[in-house]
Write a protein that binds this ligand. Structure first.
Ligand code: IDP
Ligand code: MG
Length: 138
């Protein structure tokens, strides 16, 4: 069993895609073990995306991620990190496979509806960033 962090980004929440995204997780055998809605501060967004500090899109990305509420979820399942990334599709929706969340709903490379951890180490850091142990169902 593996866990990963998913975020429904401000564009996804604004477009009323919370249910659609969660439906895709559940229909693909993924179990939700934690969930909350939050509106991040700039500091919180900068800390979350610290690996991207210095990149040309960093300021715009952290501004976007604080432009409205997000939904944070901890997903659990076998190979859930890879399964979630597959359901999300490529970062740039134009490169994303047909039928993926980003291909269907993203509007720009930045406003791509969902975040998903990309490896076990980043999943551990990112889950911890949003949830304490009492908030995750075991
Ligand atoms: P990922 O979300 O598919 O893991 P990352 O490379 O980790 O992609 O980038 C994090 C987020 O930063 C992306 O989801 C997207 O919102 C934004 N982003 C990535 N590359 C660009 C870019 O070239 N221009 C604008 N925004 C970008
Ligand atoms: Mg990433």
């Amino acid at each position: 069993m593996e866990r990963t962090l998913s975020l429904i980004k401000p564009d996804g929440v604004k477009k009323h895609l919370i249910g659609e995204v969660i439906r895709r997780f559940e229909q693909n055998g993924i179990t939700i073990v934690a969930m909350k809605m939050i509106h991040m501060t700039r500091k919180q967004a900068e800390g979350f995306y610290a690996v991207h500090k210095g990149k040309p899109f960093f300021d715009s990305l952290t501004e976007f991620m604080t432009s409205g509420p997000i939904v944070a979820l901890v997903l659990e399942g076998e190979d859930v990190i890879a399964t979630n990334r597959k359901l999300m599709g490529a970062t740039n929706f134009k490169d994303a496979e047909e039928g993926t969340i980003r291909r269907e709903f993203a509007t720009t490379i930045e406003q791509n509806v969902v975040h998903g951890s990309d490896a076990p180490e980043t999943a551990a850091f990112e889950i911890n960033y949003f949830f304490n142990s009492f908030e995750i169902i075991s």
